[in-house]
Structure formats: structure tokens, C-alpha cells
Design a protein around this ligand. Structure first.
Ligand code: PEP
Length: 259
């Protein structure tokens, strides 16, 4: 029986990764703002996570738009510390200063490319909370882990190790992103997604007083064609979208699929 909570407003988050130059990215973002400003019922909250270089650029458009309550901006990573000698890194406070309300932490590309452990991801989530940002904490198994029957154990381990004690449903969102589904056009079966999201929900409910209120996003090759099916599964409270978030033409039908 899926656990339902009125508090779980659906969230559709776009992860632009290392894509986007100011002019064309600004054009796409303004299209998203215009869609979101139309006077119609919109269940979902929308978050766009551009490269850090674009946050202030997009925040200027956002401030002038009529979509402030429906759309927010997010970073893609942050450093655990507030400031200091960390060349190339960005503090959560800096993201907030540039206009972010969210930050993705523990994306599998960061875990793989930068060796980020659960402890590092937890420190980053704590930094996000300290700065007043909501952390989108990513978990998900590799193909080898799924094929060897360890998907659930891996996700449970990442969840236990990556979430700080101060996490709650307002400052933390979970994104289940099987590594093998990211950018590949492959997705788990609805049954597999429902199973993993159900396990994540049970773990959250055990560990946090408001565990039934956390939003759990699915991420990995979400497209306009599969969005309605994926977003309506039990305990799927939205999506983290990579490739299909880069243009309003592909992203908006995914938002519309959740309503
Ligand atoms: C992601 O990288 O978070 C992601 C879900 O990518 P894609 O939608 O392109 O698979």
C-alpha cells in the first residue's frame, strides 16, 4: 500500500549538467517561465539546475517573471565548507547568493568522476541545509549491482550514509537514479521503480519523523513519451530530468504529464 501524504507537492527538476551558454540558455529558461506563468492549475513545482555560471543570469530573468512561486533555481553541487582555499569549488552560500533555492548532491556523475563517498555527500547536504537550500540527494545502483541482485542493498546503504540527521521533508528531496538509466534511453520496469521507491519510503519513515512527507523523484531517461507512466507510479513524487530538460519543448511536456 503506497504511503500518501498531502505535503508532497510534485517536483520536476531539470539538471542541465555542463551544458548551456548565457544567450541560448536564457532563451530556453524564459520559455519555461512563460509556460509556468500561464494561468492554469499546475500541481508541480519546477526547479532548473543550470551550470553555476548561469545561475545569476537566469535568476535575473526569474526575478522579473510572474512564475516565482512555481519555478526555482538550483545548483548541481556544492562544497561542504562556507569559504576558503578550494580552487574551482562553490559553497552552498554562494549558490544561495546567486539565486538558488535547491542543490543536487551525490549525483552519480559526481560520485563516479570525483570519488564522492556517502560521507562527502552527507557533508554537502549538511552544507546545503546550513545555507538554507533544499538538498536533492541522489542515490542509485550501477548495472553490475542490479544484475547481481544488490540494487536494494546499495540504495539503502547510500541513503543511510548520505542523509544528515537534520534532514526533513522541507529541506531534503531524494532522487532515485539508477546509474545505468542515465542518458541511455533505458529505464527500469515500473515494477522495479515502484519496489525501490517503496523501500526508500520505508527507510525514510523509519529514520525521520516526517519520512512519509519526503519527496522521492525518479531520474534516468525521463522523456515526454514515458513521463506519464513513470510519474504516476506509487511513491514517485516527480522526476530529475537530464537531457530532456535542456529545451522547453521537451521539458514542458514532462511537467504537464504530472499535471
Ligand atoms: C540525470 O543526469 O540526472 C539524468 C536523469 O539524466 P537523463 O535524464 O539524461 O537520463
Amino acid at each position: 500500500m503506497p504511503v500518501r501524504s498531502k505535503a508532497r507537492r510534485p517536483l520536476i527538476a531539470g539538471n542541465w549538467k555542463m551544458n548551456g551558454l548565457a544567450r541560448p540558455a536564457g532563451t530556453e529558461f524564459r520559455k519555461i517561465l512563460r509556460h509556468a506563468a500561464l494561468p492554469r492549475r499546475l500541481k508541480s513545482e519546477i526547479v532548473i539546475c543550470p551550470p553555476a555560471t548561469l545561475l545569476a543570469v537566469l535568476a535575473a530573468f526569474w526575478r522579473r517573471s510572474g512564475s516565482k512561486r512555481r519555478v526555482a533555481l538550483g545548483g548541481q553541487d556544492c562544497h561542504p565548507k562556507t569559504h576558503g582555499a578550494h580552487t574551482g569549488d562553490i559553497a552552498a552560500e554562494m549558490l544561495r547568493d546567486a539565486g538558488a533555492a535547491f542543490v543536487i548532491v551525490g549525483h552519480s556523475e559526481r560520485r563516479a568522476d570525483h570519488g564522492e563517498t556517502n560521507a562527502v555527500v552527507r557533508a554537502k547536504a549538511e552544507a546545503a541545509h546550513r545555507a538554507g537550500l533544499a538538498a536533492i540527494v541522489c542515490v542509485g545502483e550501477t548495472l553490475a549491482e542490479r544484475d547481481s541482485g544488490r540494487a536494494i542493498a546499495v540504495v539503502e546503504d547510500q541513503l543511510a550514509g548520505s542523509l544528515p540527521a537534520g534532514a526533513n521533508a522541507r529541506n531534503t528531496v531524494i532522487a532515485y537514479e539508477p546509474v545505468w538509466a542515465i542518458g541511455t534511453g533505458r529505464t527500469p520496469t515500473p515494477r522495479d521503480i515502484t519496489q525501490v521507491h517503496g523501500v526508500i519510503r520505508q527507510n525514510l519513515a523509519k529514520s525521520f519523523a516526517d519520512g512519509t512527507d519526503f519527496r522521492i523523484l525518479y531520474g534516468g531517461s525521463v522523456k515526454p513519451a514515458n513521463a506519464a507512466e513513470l510519474l504516476n507510479l506509487a511513491n514517485v513524487d516527480g522526476a530529475l530530468v537530464g537531457g530532456a530538460s535542456l529545451t522547453a519543448a521537451e521539458f514542458w511536456p514532462i511537467v504537464a504529464a504530472k499535471g
